[in-house]
Design a protein around this ligand. Structure first.
Ligand SMILES: [Zn+2]
Length: 439
């Protein structure tokens, strides 16, 4: 392949796919200025474009990770609590709230870069992040934004506002959004950046703080991004239904992401749909935190898949979701899971002013090139089964975002891996030492 640059490309001889409605086709894809301008067989190269002979490789739309926490990127190896957590609240106290308090500005920056690289390598081209660093709040979203820009990812960012650190940290969290909103967003950012207003969860937010989040979201014309009914604690500690509480405080806004909804009723889910908000489902995290099995069989169409900080591997997440659903006899066919992938690109498109997830003229050139697994022919009828049973992130060879190759032959193009690795190793040790001191 030729050197990395944005420009005009003709990707020749590929098998391309789109999630929902399922589509599989063979042929060539012409790209100009980050947009697909022609799809068909036997396209003739123009004099001003670079031809990429892909010889039967598969091409899928860039994936969207609908809910993650980049700040957990340095967590593998962190000091574990001396006694095992006995509840979800205990898990937050002993593990995740020790980690986020140990982050300084440098750790936020390195976490963003490390997380972005691992996302790119698993075919994620847009990250929807929910950030917390209570001892390094100021400009934290700008730092993350810069880190993701370097790797080339599209991103929808927020800071996890909470009352657990008192008024000054609460106010700093709100201000972090204003700092990021001073940069161009949506279409004006070239579809690279969008902002949601982040809030931790009902049980760490007072009425006043939730109202402030809702006011900021209304003024910015965006939704909230909040954990809802992840564990039963959300209801027990607030003594109020979490969805009804958001509604009462004006915080159930269109374009919001409500992550988890493990303990939400059919009525709650309908209220979320009626408000124009979205649900993010994270099956691996729910299992890892032992919070219960979400009412997936009742989840509406506007449900997207996230990873909740367990990397960004959406393919593995969908596979896990499938098997867990089978075990729980939810009665979903494979295509229903592919709808979640498509909804992820749809949600991100609305925020970023782009046409993501469309393998057609006018679609954004966010494309993932995979080594095709030997086996039966790929068709629209077996695409969903192929995603669940045949696809693996290990097959990902190249990733293009907005017409620029960001991963070439499994190598990240935007930054030096060896210096990032060296820096990440040093910073991880420092974070873990601070965690030790916090225990
Ligand atoms: Zn989360």
């Amino acid at each position: 392949m030729s050197e990395t640059h944005s420009g005009n490309w003709l990707l020749c001889d590929v098998t391309y796919m789109q999630w929902d409605p399922p589509l599989v086709g063979q042929g060539d894809i012409r790209i100009r200025d980050g947009v697909i301008v022609e799809v068909g067989e036997g396209l003739k190269p123009a004099s001003d474009e670079t031809v990429e002979e892909l010889r039967g490789h598969w091409v899928m739309p860039g994936l969207v990770c609908g809910h993650t926490h980049l700040y957990s990127a340095l967590s593998c190896g962190m000091p574990m609590p001396t006694s095992a957590p006995i509840s979800f609240g205990d898990m937050l106290d002993k593990v995740w709230w020790r980690l986020d308090r140990a982050l300084d500005r440098e750790a936020v920056q390195i976490s963003a870069s490390v997380g972005a690289v691992s996302a790119l390598r698993v075919g994620v081209t847009t990250l929807i992040d929910h950030h917390a660093s209570p001892n390094a709040i100021d400009e934290s979203l700008l730092v993350i934004d810069d880190g993701l820009e370097q790797v080339g990812l599209r991103r929808i960012l927020c800071y996890e506002v909470t009352d657990r650190g008192g008024d000054s940290r609460r106010n700093a969290g709100l201000r972090a959004h204003e700092q990021l909103l001073s940069r161009p967003v949506g279409k004006n950012s070239g579809g690279k950046r969008a902002v949601l207003i982040g809030a931790h969860a009902n049980f760490t937010l007072s009425d006043e703080t939730l109202r402030r989040c809702a006011d900021l979201a209304r003024d910015a014309g965006v939704g909230l991004h909040i954990h809802v009914a992840e564990a039963i604690d959300d209801t027990i500690l607030t003594k109020e239904n979490p969805v009804l509480r958001l509604e009462r405080l004006g915080a159930l806004r269109p374009g919001s992401i409500l992550a988890h909804c493990v303990h939400s009723s059919a009525d709650d889910l309908q209220r979320i749909v009626d408000a124009g908000a979205w649900i993010a489902h994270q099956p691996r995290s729910n299992m890892n935190n032992s919070v219960g099995y979400a009412p997936v069989h009742q989840f509406p169409k506007n449900t997207i898949l996230g990873t909740d900080g367990i990397g960004a591997d959406v393919l593995t997440e969908i596979q896990t979701g499938w098997f867990q659903g089978q075990e729980n006899k939810i009665g979903w066919g494979p295509q229903r899971w592919l709808q979640m992938l498509q909804q992820g690109t749809h949600f991100a498109s609305l925020q970023l002013g782009q046409n993501l997830g469309q393998m057609a003229v006018g679609g954004a050139a966010d494309l993932v090139v995979l080594d095709p697994p030997p086996g039966p022919p790929l068709t629209a009828d077996n695409l969903a089964a192929a995603v669940i049973f045949r696809l693996s992130p290990h097959q990902i060879r190249h990733v293009m975002i907005d017409g620029v190759w960001r991963l070439r032959d499994q190598t990240v193009t935007g930054l030096s891996m060896s210096s990032l690795d060296e820096h990440a190793q040093e910073v991880s040790q420092a974070v873990w030492s601070r965690m030790d001191a916090l225990s």
